[in-house]
Design a protein around this ligand. Structure first.
Ligand code: HEC
Length: 113
């Protein structure tokens, strides 16, 4: 019994970490499944993953506006919900975060932004 009380805080800490990890994975998985086809290579003017130059002007809009662009789409080339009708807003937000993290990492390496 006493052992269980001692272990409880450790278990809770473990949970917190795995939730964060799970969110990162959802963003990556959603990206790879739905957004990759256009955003990896930059098809039809799509900003490519991690490309600082094409993302810089979009970053100024802020995360909320970028997420709204994904939910509404940008005619003609960016489809509504990035072609994932079954994705929740949270899954779309996670994939936007995944893309934003990729470009921020590259920008940091290049010493810009
Ligand atoms: C069919 C191709 C295609 C798919 C699939 C696609 N995109 Fe896009 N995306 C585009 C294009 C093209 C643009 C540039 C549109 C413009 O600025 O006119 C764009 C722009 C964006 C932007 C910038 C929006 C802004 O306001 O500047 C974000 C963020 C984005 N896409 C996220 C996503 C996410 C997340 C997914 C997957 C859930 C996704 N896209 C799937 C083609 C696509």
């Amino acid at each position: 019994m006493r052992l269980a009380y001692l272990l409880l805080p450790l278990l809770l800490v473990g949970c917190g970490e795995s939730t964060e990890q799970a969110e990162t994975n959802i963003g990556k998985e959603t990206y790879l499944r739905y957004c990759f086809s256009c955003h990896q290579a930059g098809v039809a003017g799509a900003p490519s993953l991690g490309d600082v130059e094409s993302w810089a002007p979009r970053l100024d809009k802020g995360r909320a506006a970028l997420l709204q662009s994904v939910i509404d789409g940008i005619p003609p080339a960016m489809p509504i919900r990035g072609l994932c009708n079954s994705c929740s807003d949270e899954e779309l937000a996670a994939s936007v975060d995944y893309m934003l993290n990729a470009v921020r990492e590259n920008a940091r390496d290049a010493g810009s932004l």
